[in-house]
Design a protein around this ligand. Structure first.
Ligand code: ME8
Length: 513
């Protein structure tokens, strides 16, 4: 039987500058979900990429004195660029789309024409404001103190001939979508935002072409117009599968299982995107998940504010896996959270160095010391075993339920609870006392086997979050091929165990202050 499919996407980021820990957050989260689904036996398509057209990029290139294409190449593919950042962060994407890829551009030309031919877009005149950093249009009444209501920055007045998408016709259909498909937009708080801020007041038609610059996909039936960058960008999720092009043949992944996006761009994904798909009679994505923001001192971290944290600097200092862990353990996925180096240090030290890392190193060291590395088969169960084995049994389904709901923080808390319980089990069973009594060898063997099995289960569950570290743990505890999801569904401590001492998994971070 063919595997079930799972299609997950990140936003395609603007290569207007180097990416930061905020973009890394979305991408690591999607990577974790993709790795988890692969572990669960899904045929996964994990898409990320870059949104390379538009006024913002054109302006940046002009400032730099280079062509827009040279400008984006320098940020995307040049050494130290976005592709390298995802390599550094161990992002297992299956496909990387650039909106300047020729197959995508050609597909966008066709999509725009199809919308026009269906009467979903018409020609008119735009009069209003434009926020270049957000690439978004605003009416006078939507502005807040004359500034962009999304980012608070200056807007430019624009008056130009333009095509409009009849978004106003979709207010009721989008409201109905939220009602009939309650999982379409998560978390729930985002639904209220969309309904109260945009749907209740009624949607306006959306300007979908520009004439005051050229860096975009040209409208082939009306020279001088380029397709609005958000229309170009949103359809990436389908062109990357082969929609309206021959480059790929992967439409079996559509409809998308989940679009991970930051809450800043939920409006585009949960209103404009489904409306355009409705206009083309195409199936809608199953879910849009609008995650929270990483804040710095209470304010949003963003490229244009210049208050960004650079993952390239953090990764070597803290460790890639520790950083990945922190991002998903510290902040509930749907909510905002303050990013600080102090919290990062505290989290790595408490969970990874002191708790789990210590559990692994103590256990492996004891197996080495008391049994020369291999646990004998003669084992006797005893007090405290039932409790820890039962907790393994509870942890696996709890973890799965959290992961299926993209509640990464809860999933990691469940694994850490098991790790802490195992440390307590060491204190309860006191292997160092058992080791002094020749008559308790079989009991000592059982205790250490239970610990290794607990560590093994934790390592399997940690795999999507910390893939490289998981491999190191499997090697240290001698897990062999017992590294799969199926192998944790029925934990079995009676297996043979031969350990191999290794390097410290998570060195304690010393505060340099
Ligand atoms: O909006 N905290 O691209 P973009 C958490 N090209 N996530 C953050 C963040 C923060 N402080 N800052 C950025 C665009 N992000 C469009 C997308 S999709 C068809 C087109 C993440 O480069 C978050 O996912 O401005 C946010 O939505 C995205 O980066 C915005 O990236």
């Amino acid at each position: 039987m063919s595997k079930p499919t799972f299609y997950i996407t990140t936003p395609i980021y603007y290569p207007s500058d180097k990416l930061h820990i905020g973009n890394t957050y979305s991408t690591v989260a999607a990577d974790v979900a993709a790795r988890y689904k692969r572990m669960r036996g899904f045929d996964v398509m994990f898409l990320t990429g870059t949104d390379e057209h538009g006024m913002k990029i054109e302006g940046k290139a002009k400032e730099a004195g280079v062509t827009p294409k040279a400008f984006v190449d320098n940020i995307v593919t040049a050494p130290g660029g976005i592709i390298d950042l995802w390599k550094l962060m161990n992002i297992s994407y299956d496909r990387f789309i650039r909106t300047t890829d020729d197959y995508h551009e050609a597909a966008i030309t066709r999509v725009f024409k199809a919308l026009y031919e269906r009467g979903a877009i018409y020609k008119g005149a735009y009069k209003g404001h434009y926020c270049t950093p957000c690439e978004s249009f605003w009416t006078e009444t939507q502005l807040v103190d004359g500034k962009c209501p999304d980012c608070g920055r200056e807007v430019k007045y624009a008056e130009e001939e333009a095509y409009f998408f009849k978004l106003s016709e979709y207010t009721d259909r989008i409201l109905k979508l939220y009602e009939e498909q309650p999982g379409f937009l998560e978390p729930k708080s985002r639904v209220n935002e969309m309904v109260n801020n945009f749907l209740k007041p009624g949607l306006d038609d959306l300007c979908v072409s520009r004439t005051t610059f050229t860096w975009g996909v040209p409208v082939d039936f009306d020279p001088g117009h380029v397709v609005y960058v958000w229309v170009d960008a949103l359809f990436n999720y389908m062109t990357a599968l082969g929609f309206e092009n021959d480059r790929y043949d992967d439409m079996r992944f559509w409809p998308c299982d989940v679009h991970f996006v930051g809450k800043d761009i939920v409006r585009f994904h949960a209103i404009i995107w489904p409306a355009m798909l409705m206009a083309l009679d195409l199936p809608l994505p199953k879910k849009v998940f609008g995650h929270g923001w990483l804040l710095i001192g209470g304010g949003k971290m963003s490229k244009s504010k210049g208050n960004v944290v650079d993952p390239v600097l953090l990764a070597p200092q803290f460790g890639v896996d520790a950083l990945r862990y922190y991002l998903l353990r510290e902040f509930p996925f749907g909510q905002d959270g303050d990013f600080t180096n102090d919290l990062l240090t505290a989290r790595i030290n408490s969970d990874l160095a002191n708790d789990f890392g210590n559990l692994v190193s103590r256990t492996v060291a004891m197996v080495d010391k008391y049994f020369g590395g291999t646990i004998p088969d003669a084992r006797v169960s005893g007090e405290f075993d039932a409790e820890i084995l039962a907790l393994i049994g509870e942890t696996v389904p709890a973890y799965a339920a959290h992961m299926d709901a993209f509640a990464f923080q809860n999933a990691l808390q469940a694994v850490m609870k098991l790790s802490s319980r195992a440390n307590k089990y060491i204190d309860e069973t006191a292997p160092w006392t058992l080791a002094k009594d020749e008559g308790k060898r079989a009991r000592l063997a059982a205790v250490l086997a239970n610990l290794l099995e607990t560590i093994r289960v934790c390592a399997v569950l940690f795999t999507p979050f910390m893939p490289d570290t998981a491999v190191k743990i499997f090697a240290q505890i001698g897990a062999g091929d017992r590294t799969t999801w199926d192998s944790v569904a029925s934990a079995d401590a009676s297996a043979p165990w031969t350990v191999q001492k290794g390097d410290t998994l998570f060195p304690r971070i010393v505060d340099e202050k």
